[in-house]
Design a protein around this ligand. Structure first.
Ligand code: NAP
Ligand code: GCO
Length: 261
C-alpha cells in the first residue's frame, strides 16, 4: 500500500452544513489531506462565520447559501461548485437537525421537518452529484449517520427514523453505483461536543452522566475525533470500502454500560 492513497490532493470536496460543528471539523481534515473545500449553510450569516473559521485555519474554502432540502437550490449549487472548482469528487452529507419531543406530542409536521433535512436532503444531494461522479468514473459519498442509526431512545423518534433510513440509503447507493467506481459509506459518530448536543451537556444534566457511563472512553467525543476516519473514507485508501457505516463512538455500541456504584 502507498501512503499517498490517503492523500486528497487534486480532489474537490463539498461538505453540507459545514459552518461549524462536525461538518467544519471534517472539512478541515479533508483540506489538511489536500482537498479543495466547498461548503454550504442555510443562512449567509453562517456562511460568513464559516468562511472566517476556514480563513483562520489557513483554508481557502468557498461558501454558498443553500437549503439542502430544496432540490432546485442543490442542483444550482452543484453547478456552481463544478464551475468554481472544475469538478466534484467527494460529497459529505453532514447537514442535519434534531427535535427532541416525545413521539405522542410530536406533530406530523415536526416529524416531516426532521426527515426532510436528515434523510430527504442526503438523497437530494447525492442524486445531484451522481451524474458528475458517473461521468468522471469515480466519487465518494459519505453520509453522517448516528448512534440512532442503530439504537432508539426517548424523544428522538423522527431523528432515529431518519438516521436509520440514512444507513440504508448509504447501502443502496453503494449497491447501485459501485459499478461506476463510486463508493458510498457512512460515519456514525457517538455523542460529540457540538451545538447540537449542547442542551444535553449542561452541568448536572442527567444525560451527561448517562453518556459518560455508556462510553468506555468515559468522555464525550470531539469533532476532531472524526477527522481521521473522514480522511480515510474520502480517500483512495478506502476504494474497496462500500456501504459500510464506520462508527466513531468511543465504544458505545460495544458496551453494556458502567455498573452504577
Ligand atoms: P449542528 O451543530 O446542529 O450543525 C448542523 C449544521 O447543519 C449547521 O451548520 C446547520 O446550519 C446545518 N443545516 C441544518 N439544516 C440545514 C439545511 N436545511 N440546509 C443547509 N444546512 C443545514 O450539528 P452537528 O452536531 O455538527 O451534527 C452534524 C451532523 O452530525 C448532523 O447530521 C448530525 O445529525 C450528525 N451527528 C451529530 C452527533 C453529535 O453528537 N453532535 C452525533 C452523531 C451524528 P444552521 O446553523 O444554519 O442551522
Ligand atoms: C440525542 C443526541 C444524539 C446525537 C447523535 C448520537 O439527543 O440522542 O442528539 O442523537 O446527536 O446522533 O450519535
Amino acid at each position: 500500500m502507498n501512503m499517498k492513497d490517503f492523500s486528497l490532493e487534486g480532489k474537490v470536496a463539498w461538505i453540507t452544513g459545514a459552518s461549524y460543528g462536525i461538518g467544519m471539523a471534517i472539512a478541515k481534515a479533508l483540506a489538511g489531506a489536500g482537498a479543495k473545500i466547498a461548503f454550504n449553510d442555510i443562512k449567509q450569516e453562517f456562511v460568513d462565520k464559516g468562511l472566517e473559521g476556514y480563513k483562520e485555519a489557513g483554508i481557502d474554502a468557498k461558501g454558498y447559501v443553500c437549503d439542502v432540502t430544496n432540490e432546485e437550490q442543490v442542483t444550482e449549487l452543484v453547478g456552481k461548485i463544478k464551475a468554481d472548482f472544475g469538478g466534484l469528487d467527494i460529497l459529505v452529507n453532514n447537514a442535519g437537525i434534531i427535535k427532541r419531543i416525545p413521539m405522542h406530542e410530536m406533530t406530523a409536521e415536526e416529524f416531516r421537518q426532521v426527515i426532510d433535512v436528515d434523510l430527504n436532503a442526503p438523497f437530494i444531494c447525492a442524486k445531484a452529484v451522481l451524474p458528475t461522479m458517473m461521468e468522471q468514473g469515480h466519487g465518494k459519498i459519505i453520509n453522517i449517520c448516528s448512534m440512532m442509526s442503530e439504537l432508539g431512545r426517548e424523544t428522538v423518534s423522527a431523528y432515529a427514523a431518519a438516521k436509520g433510513g440514512l444507513k440504508m440509503l448509504t447501502r443502496n447507493i453503494a449497491s447501485e453505483y459501485g459499478m461506476y467506481n463510486i463508493q458510498c459509506k457512512g460515519i456514525g459518530p457517538g455523542y460529540i461536543e457540538t451545538p447540537q448536543t449542547a442542551p444535553l451537556r449542561t452541568p448536572g444534566h442527567p444525560f451527561n452522566e448517562f453518556i459518560l457511563a455508556k462510553t468506555p472512553a468515559n468522555r464525550w467525543g470531539k469533532p476532531e475525533d472524526l477527522q481521521g476516519p473522514a480522511v480515510f473514507l474520502a480517500s483512495d485508501a478506502s476504494n474497496f470500502v462500500n456501504g459500510h457505516v464506520l462508527y466513531v463512538d468511543g465504544g458505545i455500541l460495544a458496551y453494556i454500560g458502567k455498573q452504577p456504584k
